[in-house]
Write a protein that binds this ligand. Structure first.
Ligand code: BEZ
Length: 219
């Protein structure tokens, strides 16, 4: 019988939705950054495996092109990798020259991986200590509201990042639920009733637990 490999914690395992992210201060391409300075607005904190790699380059070009869309939602972007500040600078210069776009959100250097490890951004089975593609959606109170973890060889979808942010902001504003494939402007769902009288009085089999919220302004 083959040996079963020891169970190692998955990346993202240390932190969960609902946790407050521990604060940190670090050097970045936009000067020193402090996580807690983002309180009061949304923040997407994400790690990438390495500068000067193909998938990461496409992610940064796509994110820089959509930076205004995150700004319009009052959401900052902050990236992090094991590479040094000077590697980040050289990569951003190359991206500007080749793709005609300036990456103006901070990219944190984490050469000792002290942040990446604390935040579960490091794949424990990898030898090179590169961070995986972890993304934290952090609300204005500093609480993790959503998180994703992709392998190094699959790039993230920027429209899906924006959709997730829209959904989180909409459910907060309207105390509703975002259904599958929800897009900004679609109806949210109501929380199901906990009252048996509502269950019996509902005008269809599903209406007591699956119903849209009334649209704002609708009579
Ligand atoms: C990339 O961004 O293309 C990449 C980074 C690390 C490992 C594999 C691919």
């Amino acid at each position: 019988m083959e040996d079963t490999p020891p169970c190692s914690p998955a990346p993202c395992a240390g932190l969960r939705i609902g946790d407050a992210l521990p604060d940190f201060e670090a050097r970045s391409t936009m000067g020193p950054v402090k996580l807690s300075a983002y309180r009061g607005r949304w923040l997407i904190l994400f790690s990438h495996p390495a500068d000067f790699t193909p998938v990461c380059t496409t992610e940064f070009v796509a994110l820089a092109r959509e930076a205004h869309s995150f700004e319009a939602r009052d959401c900052g972007l902050m990236a992090l990798s094991v590479d040094s500040l000077f590697s980040h600078f050289a990569w951003l210069r190359l991206i500007k020259q080749r793709f005609d776009i300036e990456v103006r959100f901070p990219i944190v250097e984490d050469p000792t991986l002290v942040i990446g490890r604390a935040f579960g951004m490091v794949a424990p089975q990898d030898n090179d200590s590169a961070t995986v593609r972890t993304t934290f959606f952090i609300d204005p109170a500093g609480v993790i509201r959503a998180m994703t973890c992709y392998p190094a060889n699959v790039g993230r979808s920027i429209p899906e990042m924006l959709r997730t942010l829209d959904a989180l902001q909409a459910i907060d504003a309207q105390a509703g639920l975002a259904p599958a494939n929800w897009q900004a402007g679609d109806a949210l769902l109501q929380s199901p009733s906990h009252d048996l009288d509502d269950v019996f009085a509902a005008d269809s089999e599903t209406a007591w637990f699956l119903r849209e919220m009334p649209r704002k302004g609708a009579k």
